[in-house]
Design a protein. Structure first.
Length: 136
């Protein structure tokens, strides 16, 4: 009887360690990608749409003040390059990956103009009267 209990106990311990080892192979990493984001609308588009474009994304935070997109992803499901391509497919640059021109053309006129101006001048454009979607 003691032998059986000991065997079951060892089997449970082995199972727990095996599950931990398998869970560790599904690692997560976080990367920060530079882009040009005009406003809150751009932030919302990326945070809501990117997880549907690229499998394995756990969290997305886009910040139009810093022009950074922080992505936590599963390393067994996707790669940083796939994430950059996913961002580009939404119409935004992602580090050295250029925005898809067709997707960029579908962004609002305000976002396209602001992004283009910022790329040209290196500065965020000032808000015009009636501006919406920006952080103030």
């Amino acid at each position: 009887m003691k032998s059986k209990i000991l065997n079951v106990g060892l089997l449970i311990i082995f199972f727990v360690f095996s599950m931990n080892a398998m869970a560790q192979t599904k690692g997560e990493e976080t990367i920060v990608i530079k882009s040009v984001l005009a406003c809150q609308t751009c932030e919302n588009r990326i945070t809501s749409d990117l997880p549907y474009k690229v499998k394995g994304i756990k969290t997305v935070k886009a910040d139009s003040h810093t022009n950074e997109i922080t992505v936590t992803y599963r390393t067994d499901k996707t790669t940083p390059e796939d994430i950059r391509k996913g961002i580009a497919s939404l119409g935004y640059d992602a580090d050295d990956v250029q925005a898809d021109a067709k997707a960029f053309s579908k962004l609002s006129e305000h976002c396209r103009t602001s992004i283009s101006q910022e790329k040209e001048t290196g500065k965020k454009p000032a808000c015009s009267p009636g501006c919406s979607g920006h952080h103030h």
